[in-house]
Design a protein around this ligand. Structure first.
Ligand SMILES: Cc1ncc(Cn2c(C)c(CCOP(=O)(O)OP(=O)(O)O)sc2=O)c(N)n1
Ligand SMILES: Nc1ncnc2c1ncn2[C@@H]1O[C@H](COP(=O)(O)OP(=O)(O)O)[C@@H](O)[C@H]1O
Ligand SMILES: [Mg+2]
Length: 569
């Protein structure tokens, strides 16, 4: 007798999970809710680590930095409409910073959205996401899930990495198809981020320029950190003898204490260099667009730019030697050209730099000595500088204004991809998302150095940090306000617009969820508390009391703020 065998079936839920696992996605950062609550549960049950946050922006920031750290796209999963919108800031920030991530959001049914009939959380998410990210796709049929996930992964990591939006309407998940057909529909992405070998003519043009330089400079950007070509980059600096400056998230590619680091002589080398080799760094506002007095006489510079994105060339100033390719491939070919014929770097250039460096390091040292209460930024930062020197594999997350600008210059980094901060946008709120993903992706201890305002953008995630028992030590530089803690309302009615509750104790927040809370008033107390946190690996929040008078408005970028010239009568 014919035994009717039920054909084995699969559905949208399982196909999404199978597609992610097939492509090596091991973690999802998100916030549960309709229509993706069960997707998260099922993913967890099938071995994907699912980290549930308190706000989608933080989950998105976690996914973005996971992408930067691993070169695999970080995945953020949200509900439709408001959850999707909360994830968009992180998706746009990832795209701006060239971090590979995929924002997967559930969405309303097309037929209802397109007729604007008022679905639950109705929004045309795909249309809204498109202008804010590198690529955006929607999947309507279960048999297309494999291709949809594959396209999202390749778009996120190939060429210039960036944010990708993947729109999954609610009805897709419960669509059922034959299991064998489903299996065949899955795509394992081959060579998602293909090497892009530079043209030999472009390499020769760049080398000729470098060989003729009297005062060459290398600028390492976070693209160079992302490339994970650490040995080649170090070899390029050391074999050529060319001084370098690291942009913020490129610090640690070579130790900041390296003899060829010109970080402490930044203004000298930007002004007096004659050939500048940009490695994964854009000439955007962070480098004054390659123009103006800090770059010396107009036309006094020749730029060589190494970038995977051809259209980056000439974005701000003329690039004399564009070198298009992935940094690993480009640096390998440059190294091949730095052989016995390499003329080396003129001694007067390196000695000029060293003299300037020594003077600036001495000036800084004088500021770091104070060990009293109330702490100023420099006293507190000296303690944290010593922690990182003793624990070079700890990951430093940093945001704020003074807390960011001063920490960048004081805390030396010794290993690549260990400093994670506000990046190209200078966005506040990345702190806890970055700290959580850094701990989850690397297992290393994380030190998050936060301005008290900056912390406030993502501070509710201290509960998430406790729930997963992550080795995160948060230090809040509590100067009682944004930039400073001294503004007053001239009418006397309210507090000033940039101050907070005096004497606030953020450490009590961490205690509320079972973590360790500490209040410190001197650098020595701060050092002891951070060391204890690093040794214990327990979630810790240290409330570091900083003098509200310390610091300056908007840190180093106060000049960007428009000032009113009209004094109202
Ligand atoms: C999303 C967002 N909102 C607001 C700002 C403006 N902003 C804000 C609000 C900063 C916080 C500075 O205060 P802080 O307490 O974090 O640091 P310091 O007091 O140590 O300077 S720094 C800065 O540029 C921003 N960059 N990003
Ligand atoms: N693997 C890579 N190879 C080459 N260039 C890369 C790679 N990954 C990213 N990039 C480029 O690196 C640049 C990073 O610049 P930017 O974010 O301005 O760095 P920073 O802010 O540190 O100066 C981007 O233009 C991006 O296209
Ligand atoms: Mg502050």
């Amino acid at each position: 007798p014919q035994i009717d065998v039920e054909p084995e079936l699969t559905d949208g839920f399982h196909l999404v999970i199978d597609a992610l696992k097939l492509n090596g996605i091991e973690t999802i950062y998100g916030v549960p809710g309709i229509p993706i609550t069960d997707l998260g549960r099922m993913a967890q049950a099938e071995g994907i680590r699912v980290i549930s946050f308190r706000h989608e922006q933080n989950a998105g920031n976690a996914a973005a930095i996971a992408g930067f750290l691993t070169k695999k796209p970080g995945v953020c999963l949200t509900v439709s409409a408001p959850g999707f919108l909360n994830g968009l800031t992180a998706l746009a920030n990832a795209t701006t910073n060239c971090f590979p991530m995929i924002l997967i959001s559930g969405s309303s049914e097309r037929e209802i959205v397109d007729l604007q009939q008022g679905d639950y959380e109705e929004m045309d998410q795909l249309a809204i996401a498109k202008p804010l990210c590198k690529a955006a796709f929607r999947v309507l049929h279960a048999e297309d899930i494999g291709i949809g996930v594959a396209r999202a992964i390749r778009a996120a990591v190939s060429g210039r990495p960036g944010g990708v939006y993947l729109d999954l309407p609610a009805k897709l998940f419960s669509q059922v198809i034959d299991a064998a057909k489903g299996e065949r529909s899955l795509v394992k992405v081959i060579d998602a981020a293909p090497e892009q070998i530079p043209a030999p003519s472009a390499v020769k043009r760049a080398l000729d320029l470098l060989k003729g330089a009297k005062r060459p400079l290398i600028i390492l950007g976070k693209g160079a950190a992302y490339a994970q070509a650490d040995d080649e980059i170090r070899e390029l600096v050391e074999r050529s003898g060319i001084p370098y400056i690291p942009m913020s998230m490129a610090k640690g590619l070579l130790p900041d204490t390296h003899p060829l680091s010109a970080g402490a002589a930044r203004s000298t080398v930007l002004k007096d260099s004659d050939v500048v080799l940009l490695l994964g760094a854009r000439l955007n506002w962070l480098l004054s667009h390659g123009k103006g007095k800090q770059w010396g006489e107009p036309g006094s510079k020749k730029f060589i730019q190494v970038d995977i994105e051809p259209r980056e060339m000439d974005s701000n100033v003329e690039i004399a030697a564009p070198l298009v390719g992935d940094i690993g491939s480009v640096v390998k070919t440059l190294l091949a050209g730095i052989d016995s014929s390499w003329p080396g770097v003129p001694a007067d250039w390196t000695s000029t730099i060293n003299a300037k460096k020594d003077a600036n390091i001495a000036k800084m040292a004088a500021k770091l000595g104070k060990n009293a209460a109330p702490m100023d930024f420099h006293g507190a930062l000296r303690a944290l500088r010593d922690v990182i020197k003793e624990r070079p594999d700890a990951i430093l997350v940093n945001e704020g204004a003074n807390t960011l600008d001063l920490a960048r210059g004081v805390i030396d980094m010794y290993q690549p991809r260990k400093r994670l901060d506000v990046g190209t946008w200078g966005v506040m709120g990345i702190g806890m998302g970055f700290a959580i993903a850094a701990a989850v992706e690397t297992g290393k201890p994380v030190l998050a150095v936060e301005g008290d305002s900056a912390f406030g953008f993502s501070g509710m995630e201290v509960e998430t940090i406790c729930r997963y028992n992550l080795p995160v030590c948060i230090v809040i530089f509590n100067n009682n306000g944004i930039y400073r803690g001294t503004d007053v309302d001239p009418t006397g009615r309210d507090p000033g617009t940039t101050v907070f509750v005096p004497g606030s104790r953020y450490d009590k927040m961490m205690e509320a969820f079972g973590g360790v809370g500490v209040n410190v008033t001197t650098p020595d107390e701060l050092k002891r508390a951070v060391d204890a946190a690093m040794d214990s690996g327990k979630p810790t929040l240290i409330n570091a009391e900083i003098d509200p008078e310390a610091g300056s408005e908007s840190g180093n970028i106060g000049s960007l703020n428009p000032q009113s010239v009209v004094k109202k009568k």
